[in-house]
Design a protein around this ligand. Structure first.
Ligand code: HEM
Length: 78
């Protein structure tokens, strides 16, 4: 599931990481299905993913958090 390029994109690599349940659960605060919302909150999201307390039902594996981190480092490309 790793991105094939150095620069992961939202639609191809990041959006598929979020389950329907993640999107529903977080809708009260941000829309994880929306490029605009996820880019705007990328730092806060990465912080929670790294801390392991989001998603609420179990931390992501390291390679998945790293993929999200690479997307943030790349400037959150669409
Ligand atoms: C990959 C999936 C998820 C991500 C990236 C994520 C991200 C975040 C972020 C960034 C916040 C802080 C929002 C803010 O303060 O503005 C947050 C809060 C919260 N999330 Fe999630 N979330 C995810 C999945 C879930 C799931 C599955 C639940 C389960 C019900 C959940 C429940 C909550 C709740 C209750 C809060 C508010 C309390 C708190 O800040 O801990 N989230 N989440």
């Amino acid at each position: 599931m790793a991105a094939s390029s150095d620069s992961p994109g939202f639609e191809a690599d990041i959006r598929p990481l979020f389950r329907d349940g993640d999107i529903q659960s977080m809708r009260f605060r941000l829309d994880l299905g929306s490029f605009d919302d996820v880019s705007a909150s990328a730092d806060a999201i990465l912080e929670r993913l790294r801390a392991g307390d989001m998603p609420c039902d179990g931390a992501w594996p390291r390679d998945r958090v790293d993929l999200f981190a690479r997307w943030v480092q790349a400037g959150t490309p669409r």
